[in-house]
Write a protein that binds this ligand. Structure first.
Ligand SMILES: Cc1cc2nc3c(=O)[nH]c(=O)nc-3n(C[C@H](O)[C@H](O)[C@H](O)COP(=O)(O)OP(=O)(O)OC[C@H]3O[C@@H](n4cnc5c(N)ncnc54)[C@H](O)[C@@H]3O)c2cc1C
Length: 401
């Protein structure tokens, strides 16, 4: 395994430079809670119950997990976070994290909100991308039906035309403002129409450079092959490929459905296979950097470090605008801030939306950060290391050392 990396992620002073002591203590509390599976389960169950019973718990959520993982309830409220991160050379990708819209009015409202993120990106030097999820603007069941090749009713056909219209408006805005837009990847059973839409948008708007980025989930067994096909197609059609590489967020759901419905599991057989595919995708993108711009969306230290070695090997500048690193707000600051400090392009997904509407997003963060999932013990260790360092520094100062 390569060990001579170009970036190191252990410097907690850099990692948490944007967090005052009070926020660091809060982070310690949050990760201590989620790190314990039993307490985390109890906490998330109580939150769900409390919200269902309309108990006044919004205030507590807002002051704790919401403040840690989200920018605010609105774009304006998120500006403080954008500025704060920006001062430390970490950029922001405003992520409208409201999920579960079901009506045409709701889909239109989401589309308008995403269009507003471009206005923010235009005025701020710290917002290099915008992002959206197709299911924020389309009924998931409709997409599933399309993928399954089921016959659509005239209302469904009309609804899908509206979906296409919304996506085109957003991608057109991205092109007009020259602010690239990322299209998130979702569950395999509705991803094909999303891929098709993304492909059409890339063919239309990526003629001079990558403006529209599609996402490859490397936990899918078919992703490496699909990536190669996409490059061949882009070369033939003379457009640029915008790619976000992630491992994938819906593994349990995917396996459960495949098992229940008795079709082959679309997910890699084990974590190592996903890791290998992810790192292979990084190599593939760097090898084809003249046609591919990409975002490495990961909290995995090895993958992020590996990308820095690939950048060096190909003699590319750290700040090459075709290569971005990205993590979620409130997670893996050790990776984001140390990479930014070393001059690489880094952007955090900063979710925003009403407290109750972003709950599904927050609950996912809670479950992926339990010690079972393995993330939070690293976060906790680093947070505690930094608290200790600050205490020691303060006591040295008091003692006149
Ligand atoms: C900026 C950003 C954007 C993102 N956008 C998307 C998106 O559009 N769509 C999406 O689905 N996710 C998205 N994610 C989430 C992402 O897919 C991962 O769930 C998450 O980041 C954890 O993976 P990791 O690379 O950080 O590394 P790690 O924590 O090292 O890996 C964990 C991941 O490995 C895979 N894995 C774990 N165990 C196994 C196993 N037994 N077999 C096979 N694979 C396994 C799973 O994908 C799991 O999430 C995004 C993440 C970031 C940081």
């Amino acid at each position: 395994m390569e060990t001579n990396f170009e970036a190191q992620f252990e410097d907690t002073q850099i990692a948490f430079s944007y967090k005052p002591d009070s926020q660091l203590k809060k982070a310690n509390f949050i990760f201590t809670v989620v790190n314990n599976p039993a307490i985390s389960w109890l906490g998330t169950s109580l939150v769900k119950l409390g919200l269902a019973m309309h108990l006044p718990i919004k205030g507590i959520i807002r002051k704790t997990v919401f403040q840690h993982f989200c920018g605010g309830e609105t774009i304006e409220e998120s500006e403080t976070t954008i500025e704060l991160l920006g001062r430390h050379k970490v950029c922001t990708i405003l992520d409208y994290a409201v999920e579960g819209e079901k009506t045409e009015t709701g889909f239109d409202a989401t589309c308008e909100e995403i269009l507003s993120t471009f206005e923010e990106a235009k005025k701020s030097p710290h917002v290099p991308f915008c992002v959206f999820k197709v299911t924020g603007m389309a009924d998931g069941e409709l997409l599933t039906k399309i993928q399954a090749n089921e016959k659509l009713t005239s209302e469904e056909l009309e609804a899908f035309e509206k979906v296409k219209g919304r996506i085109d408006r957003i991608c057109h805005k991205a092109f007009e403002f020259q602010i690239p837009v990322l299209i998130d990847a979702e569950e395999t059973w509705l991803q094909t129409p999303i891929d098709d839409l993304a492909h059409d948008m890339m063919a239309k708007y990526n003629r001079q450079k990558a403006i529209v980025y599609t996402t490859y989930q490397m936990y899918r067994v078919d992703s490496v092959k699909n990536l190669k096909v996409a490059l061949a197609d882009a070369s033939t059609n003379q457009h640029f490929l915008g790619i976000k590489i992630v491992r994938g967020a819906y593994m349990e759901k995917e396996r459960e459905r495949a098992g229940k419905m008795n079709y082959p599991d679309p997910i890699q057989p084990n974590k190592q296979a996903t890791d290998d595919a992810f790192n292979q995708a990084l190599e593939f993108c760097i090898d084809n950097i003249s046609r591919i711009s990409f975002v490495c969306g990961s909290h995995n230290e090895y993958s992020n470090q590996y990308l820095t070695t690939l950048i060096k090997k190909h003699e590319l500048p750290h700040e090459d605008n075709r290569i971005w690193f990205s993590q979620l707000l409130g997670m893996s600051d050790n990776i984001s801030f140390n990479l930014a400090n070393a001059g690489y392009n880094v952007a955090k997904y900063v979710p925003f939306g009403h407290v109750t509407s972003v709950m599904p997003y927050l609950l996912r963060r809670a479950s992926e950060n339990t010690s079972v999932a393995g993330q939070s013990s690293r976060e906790l260790r680093l947070i505690r290391k930094e608290i200790k360092r600050r205490k020691k520094k303060a006591s040295n100062r008091q003692n006149g050392n």
